[in-house]
Design a protein around this ligand. Sequence first.
Ligand code: FES
Length: 81
Amino acid sequence: MEIKICIGSACHLKGSYDVIRKCQDYIKKNGLTEKIELKSAFCLGRCSEAVSVQVDASEIFSISPDTADSFMKLMHQRTEL
Ligand code: FES
């Protein structure tokens, strides 16, 4: 699974670096480095819904530093399907 976190200006202002840090922590804590690849991306075209996160080049989610953990839990479950 590939997760791209937007670091464009709107998302940056809404905390994309905190989102990245939280996602990295979750991946490390749960031993998911083989299953989930984290990348950064420039504007994903959904600035009003920042922080934008794209999964496997298709779905786009809108998350925040506060919801990053629950987003990662959802992605974690998906890797186990
Ligand atoms: S800056 Fe992130 S979607 Fe535009």
